[in-house]
Design a protein around this ligand. Structure first.
Ligand code: ATP
Ligand code: MG
Length: 410
């Protein structure tokens, strides 16, 4: 295994190579990582099969191969002094291969856990004593016998959500089921692959926490943000004091740190939580899932904090100290999905950026994707301002201008 790194920006290694950081995956998270790394003075390399990827377009090097291509991985390792990933569905084996010669953060083992809901839930359960949170009641369905057993023995899990163990994102690979018959049909519809059936919980809110942890165990944590999903996709993030009630926020932050420590995690980790009505004053906290990378709900940190989630990703992987981020403005982030590029009759239209950017405190981030498609994350808009009321008012107006559907700004 490669030793713990200390890679200074702008430096040159013994072989004469300029300090270069690599990322597996070329999406928008990779693009924002590349921007953060370059701002600090690193060169970057992106491994991504797509010729026109958001990150590949802005990186010094773009290795255009499959994520598990041995020659592509060798080229990445040859160029880079440390490597990270920008999406969790990159083959864990690729990270394993890279780790033989280069520091890789997060490591293959933890990415492998986050890639599989069954392992992920087992991890959450294993560290529930230290984290203080459990996941929603669930059962694993991998075989027809499991399905049969769940149908007869676990009526408590219905109504529920059947989720594929692997490769789910943005609500994909999920079916909501009310009855045992519907469950059987849904499992067949998902191809009979390994799944978990999760009890449908009465959510009062959702929140997430970003943690960064270094090779030396140093941990910093952002304040929890509150997330609003529409059709299983993140639509809106509220990031300001009080967005999550302080007692819950404190519990969520502590739980996320405990989960990261229990994994011996290095890098940026996002832990998502449900807030459920359990009769208590602020509701109960249930851990949903984790992403072994920066997260959509942390994009506001680019404009509202002294260090962003991507800055911390760079610091963590290179062995630089982790600055404790300070949020200097209240913020709301609006996701800009492909729908924004079409009018009510389905005709393509350019969003009215003039009107949107005339609003005070708006920060537009577009990811360089050429083609808008419904549900595709094209960019985001962060609104910062002097106080929460101001930020909400501007966000509401921006959402109107962009025709974003019925969002909850409370
Ligand atoms: P992403 O990767 O985009 O966060 P995902 O596809 O991995 O999403 P989940 O986070 O599991 O999916 O679920 C997506 C959304 O569906 C949640 O944010 C929540 O709004 C809703 N949801 C999921 N599980 C439950 C549940 N057990 N009870 C109630 N609502 C749920
Ligand atoms: Mg989720």
């Amino acid at each position: 295994m490669a030793a713990r790194p200390l890679i200074y920006p702008g430096s040159v290694d013994a072989a004469g190579r300029p300090a270069t950081l690599g990322v597996l995956g070329g999406g928008q998270l990779g693009r924002m990582f590349v921007h953060a790394a370059q701002r600090l003075g690193y060169l970057t390399a992106v491994l991504e099969p797509d010729a026109q990827s958001p990150a590949g377009l802005v990186s010094h090097h773009h290795i255009q191969t499959a994520y598990d291509d041995p020659a592509g991985l060798a080229q990445l390792a040859g160029l880079c002094q440390a490597i990270t990933t920008e999406f969790e569905n990159v083959p864990a084996q690729a990270l394993q291969t890279l780790a033989h010669t280069r520091p890789v953060a997060p490591g293959a083992a933890v990415v492998g856990i986050a890639q599989n809901r069954i392992e992920e839930k087992a991890h959450f359960t294993a560290c529930a004593d230290v984290s203080g949170v459990t996941c929603a009641p669930y059962a694993v369905i991998e075989t027809p016998a499991h399905l049969q057993a769940v149908c007869t023995e676990r009526p408590d899990l219905l109504p529920g959500i059947l989720k594929t163990a692997r490769l789910g994102y943005d609500g994909k690979g999920q079916v909501r089921v009310q009855t045992a018959d519907a469950l059987a049909a849904a499992w067949a519809e998902l191809g009979g692959v390994a799944c978990v059936l999760e009890k449908m919980l009465p959510l009062t809110a959702e929140c997430s926490v970003l943690v960064a942890r270094g090779w030396d165990g140093q941990v910093v944590v952002f304040a929890p943000q509150r997330n609003v999903h529409v059709d299983g996709i993140l639509a809106l993030t509220h990031a300001y004091e009080g967005a999550v009630p302080p007692p819950l926020a404190a519990r969520a932050a502590a739980a996320a740190v405990a989960i990261a420590q229990h994994l011996d995690y290095v890098g940026v980790l996002c832990v998502e939580f449900f807030v459920v009505d359990d009769g208590s004053a602020h509701g109960g906290l249930v851990v949903n899932e984790m992403a072994p990378r920066p997260h959509n709900s942390g994009h506001y940190t680019l404009d509202a904090c002294s260090a962003s989630q991507f800055d911390l990703q760079v610091h963590a992987m290179t062995g630089l100290p982790l600055p404790q981020p300070r949020q200097h403005s209240p913020a709301i982030m609006l996701n800009l999905l492909g729908e924004v590029w079409f009018d009510a009759s389905g005709q393509p239209q350019e969003p009215d950026w003039q009107a949107v950017l005339r609003l005070p405190g708006t920060h537009l981030h577009l990811y360089g994707k050429a083609q808008a498609r419904p549900g595709r994350k094209m960019g985001h808009l962060t609104i910062t301002g002097p106080d929460v009321a101001n930020v909400k008012a501007v966000a509401r107006r921006a959402a109107e201008l962009l025709n974003l559907p019925g969002l909850d700004f409370m």
